[in-house]
Design a protein around this ligand. Structure first.
Ligand SMILES: C[S@@+](CC[C@H](N)C(=O)[O-])C[C@H]1O[C@@H](n2cnc3c(N)ncnc32)[C@H](O)[C@@H]1O
Length: 265
């Protein structure tokens, strides 16, 4: 099942590989849910799905609550009149200024499909600042939103930092973590999905929390790039290494093989 949002670091293409590493359990916790590729393609009895991006979690909560009527209201923004530069920036301004959280969630889907590369980026003031994507006819993900809605019946959503979510885990839960990637090289930048930056300190904190939960009998699986740094911080985990074909620069033709790992605590 394909996620309905475009999302950097989306795990849809490697979800089968990830599934093989996830043990069974009563509830799957995803502290970095993003577009939810793992959630949508697994069948746990219950889910706790969280992310620090409040716009994303509001959207999922409205979709879970309203289903079809919310999807139809989202669809209204996908018109040919709304697909030009002027309209895009008007809608982006509306998104950045409205205090109506339902409207903001509807517009988030429009921005995700009409903005450049489906990026989700905010400036220091927390304003969404992705430019127009110039797509001929952006796709409205009606079926994908419906599937998300059906699957979300057994899910709770939360907007919080990963530490708080992981601390709430109990024995019998399984945790899958897909944090923003560690840069592949010293010069690469960390990705900016929220107004906050996920740096070395957070990566170390996540690894030590995974170790602490493992000692309590709770399984944690973490996805990341395979680098000297991640090998060091995941030293207590079993490591599965593989290559992923990915576009890594602004040059859309630059598809390369990137080493990734799954750390099984
Ligand atoms: C690599 S993406 C997850 C991709 C997701 N697995 C998917 O398949 O679409 C990383 C996510 O972590 C979230 N994030 C960043 N910092 C966070 C934090 N401190 N706590 C929780 N979530 C955070 C971002 O908003 C982003 O959605």
């Amino acid at each position: 099942m394909k996620p309905f949002l475009k999302w950097a670091g989306n795990k849809y293409r490697i979800v089968e590989q990830i599934k093989k590493t996830l043990p069974s359990g009563g509830r799957l916790i995803e502290p970095f849910v993003g577009a939810g590729a793992v959630f949508l393609n697994t069948h746990y009895e219950k889910y706790l799905l969280a992310d620090l991006n409040a716009d994303l979690i509001f959207l999922y909560s409205f979709l879970k609550k309203e289903g079809a009527s919310f999807i139809q209201d989202c669809k209204l923004f996908f018109s040919s009149e709304n697909n030009n530069e002027k309209k895009f920036y008007e809608i982006r301004d509306l998104f950045n200024t409205t205090e109506d959280s339902r409207l903001k969630s509807l517009l988030f889907v429009y921005l995700n499909k009409h903005g450049f590369n489906g990026l989700c980026r905010y400036n220091a003031a927390g304003k969404f600042n992705v430019p127009w994507g110039k797509y001929k006819k952006p796709y409205f993900p009606e079926k994908e939103m419906q599937s998300f809605y059906y699957h979300a019946k057994n899910a709770l959503f939360g907007c919080a930092d990963f530490e708080k979510i992981m601390h709430s885990a109990c024995v019998g839960d399984v945790i899958y973590c897909d944090p923003p990637y560690v840069p592949l090289s010293e010069t690469a930048h960390f990705t900016n999905y929220t107004a906050h930056v996920f740096g070395v300190e957070q990566q170390l904190k996540l690894a030590s929390l995974a170790e602490a939960l493992q000692n309590k009998g709770i399984s944690v699986v973490i996805s990341n790039h395979d680098t000297d740094f991640t090998r060091k911080i995941y030293a207590k985990a079993e490591i599965l290494q593989f290559q992923v074909r990915r576009f890594i620069s602004c040059d859309g033709n630059n598809r390369v093989r990137v080493p990734e790992l799954l750390a099984l605590f």
